[in-house]
Design a protein around this ligand. Sequence first.
Ligand code: A3P
Length: 295
Amino acid sequence: MELNENILRRQLVDVHGVPLFWSIAEEWAQVETFQAKQDDLLIATYPKSGTTWVSEIVDMLYNDGDVEKCKRDTIFNRVPFMELIIPGKANGVAQLIKMPSPRLVKTHLPVQLLPKTFWESGCKIIYVARNAKDVAVSYYYFYQMAKMHPEPGTWDEFLEKFVAGEVAFGSWYDHVKGWWEKKKSHPILYLFYEDMKEDPKRELEKVTQFLGKEVSEEVVDRILHHTSFQEMQKNPTSNYKMMPTSDMDHSVSPFMRKGIAGDWKNHFTVAQNERFDEEYAEKMKESTLLFRMEI
Ligand code: A3P
């Protein structure tokens, strides 16, 4: 195995115009030729938008609300991160090939980079979007604790990079807009983190219906309880504490950090906020997508 210093904190590498981890770029052929299946369920998100939350919800639905079954393994093994390839540490593609169907698959790829077999297979897709300001803050803390990312620099420097799309998985703006457009031609359930915070039961019903499942009130209540921030924060199979500290250091910032909408207000200065709003209006002007920056 290569030494961590040769693997971690390296610069991102451009893949068809999108900055990705160097090792994903190196192994891109494996990702590009990934074989999706009709009964896969793809959970697609821009990083820090509620991926783990929705993954836990869906795994609970797939296991009829059986908490013990959902504790059979960590969330990163139950819902493999398809394109994550890191030498000696992870290979989402290989993991998924070995996995029995029906598979739950996680991706952070922008819509144009998704392997084409996902579209050919016609599998269902759930996309979760979160407002840009909270994503930027959450991503800044994540960059610090998850060492595959380059050093984030100061908050101000990171925010600049975020707005410019010079962070892992590229531009938030292009990501949310790209998947929103794709919804017109493919069965995609497009959810918002803020809606899930506001009314988790209502959003769970959308997921249940989309998956064509029928669940009792008792199971609904159990899922809502098990997937609350408080429960997931202390659950070792969902809070990422089973990752080696060398890869994710929770003492720097926990993966399950705050789990709220509107935390950006504690981080953006007035000047940063004004500038961000200006650029936001420009980048989002042709889109019908609307985000709530707080609830
Ligand atoms: P914060 O850093 O703002 O706390 P992802 O899973 O896409 O990486 O997203 C991680 C973000 O979702 C983190 O946001 C995390 O705290 C939040 N999160 C995870 N589980 C959650 C839950 N059950 N309820 C609300 N937020 C949750």
